[in-house]
Design a protein around this ligand. Structure first.
Ligand code: HEM
Length: 230
C-alpha cells in the first residue's frame, strides 16, 4: 500500500514541479523571432496548450526528428537502435510495473509479467551499453563547455547548479538504480536465495524502479527535451 501511495504522490508531484519550472523558464525568457511568444496566460493554460501540441497529428514526425537529431550526436549508426530499444523497453517496464504495483494488489502476473521479464533482460543489455558508451560524457571530472555551464537548473535549495551537473548526477543515479533493479530481479529468480528473501527483493526492485522513473523525468526535462529559452 505504501509503495502505491508513494508512487502516485512522487510521480504526480515531480511531474507538476518539472512542468511548472519549465513554464516559469519560458515565461521569463525574452521573446525570440520565429519562436512562440513567452506564455503569459498562466501555468494551467500553458500546460493544456503543451499537452495539446504533444498529441497533435505531427507529434510522431517531431518525435522522429528529435530522435534522429539526438542519436546522430550521441548514438551514431546502428547504436541509435540500441537507444530506441532501451527507451521503449523502459517505458513498457515502468508502465507495467507501476500499473500493477499501484492498481493490482495481487501483483504482476500472466502475459504482462512474461513480457516484463523478457523486455527486462533486453533493457539490462541496452542500459549496460548506454552506460559504457556515454560514461565519458557524464564523468564529473569532464569540464563543461561554456554553453553547458551557462544553462542553470532553477533550484534555489541547491543554488541553481548547472543543468549539465544535474544531468551527470541523474545519469549515474539512473545507472545505479538500473543495476539495483536488474540484480534484485535476477536474485529473486535464482533458486539460491530462500523464499523469505522474495518479498524484500521485490520491495527493493519496486523502490529502485521508482527512483529510476523519477530520475528519468528530470533527466528528460533537463537533457533530452530542454526548454528553448535562448
Ligand atoms: C532487468 C530488468 C527487469 C526485470 C528482469 C524485472 C522483473 C520483474 C519481476 C519478475 C517482477 C514481479 C515480481 C513479483 O511480482 O513477484 C517485477 C515487478 C516490478 N517491476 Fe520489474 N523488472 C525489470 C525492470 C524493471 C524496470 C526498469 C522497472 C521500472 C522502471 C520495473 C518496475 C517494476 C515494478 C514497479 C514492479 C512491481 C509490480 C508489482 O507490484 O506487482 N522493473 N519486475
Amino acid at each position: 500500500m505504501l509503495f502505491a501511495i508513494l508512487t502516485v504522490v512522487t510521480l504526480a508531484g515531480l511531474a507538476y514541479l518539472t512542468t511548472h519550472r519549465r513554464y516559469e523558464a519560458l515565461a521569463a525568457a525574452p521573446a525570440r523571432e520565429g519562436q512562440a511568444p513567452p506564455p503569459k496566460d498562466g501555468y494551467f493554460a500553458w500546460l493544456r496548450r503543451w499537452i495539446r501540441d504533444a498529441v497533435k497529428p505531427d507529434g510522431p514526425r517531431r518525435l522522429w526528428k528529435w530522435f534522429m537529431d539526438w542519436t546522430s550526436r550521441y548514438y551514431p549508426g546502428w547504436m541509435k537502435w540500441v537507444f530506441a530499444v532501451m527507451i521503449l523497453c523502459f517505458l513498457y517496464l515502468a508502465a507495467s510495473g507501476f500499473f500493477f504495483g499501484v492498481f493490482i494488489p495481487r501483483g504482476m502476473f500472466g502475459f504482462p509479467l512474461v513480457l516484463h521479464v523478457s523486455l527486462g533482460g533486453v533493457f539490462a543489455f541496452c542500459l549496460a551499453f548506454a552506460v559504457f558508451w556515454r560514461a565519458r560524457d557524464y564523468a564529473f571530472d569532464k569540464k563543461e563547455n561554456e554553453a553547458d555551464a551557462s544553462e542553470r537548473f532553477a533550484c534555489p535549495i541547491c543554488k541553481n547548479p548547472s543543468k549539465m551537473l544535474v544531468a551527470k548526477i541523474l545519469f549515474w543515479t539512473n545507472a545505479l538504480a538500473g543495476l539495483v533493479i536488474i540484480l534484485s530481479a535476477l536474485f529473486s529468480m535464482l533458486p539460491i536465495f530462500p523464499a523469505a528473501t522474495q518479498s524484500p527483493l521485490l520491495e527493493l526492485h519496486r523502490y529502485a524502479a521508482l527512483v529510476s522513473a523519477l530520475a528519468m523525468i528530470v533527466f528528460s526535462d533537463v537533457r533530452l527535451f530542454p526548454a528553448k529559452t535562448k
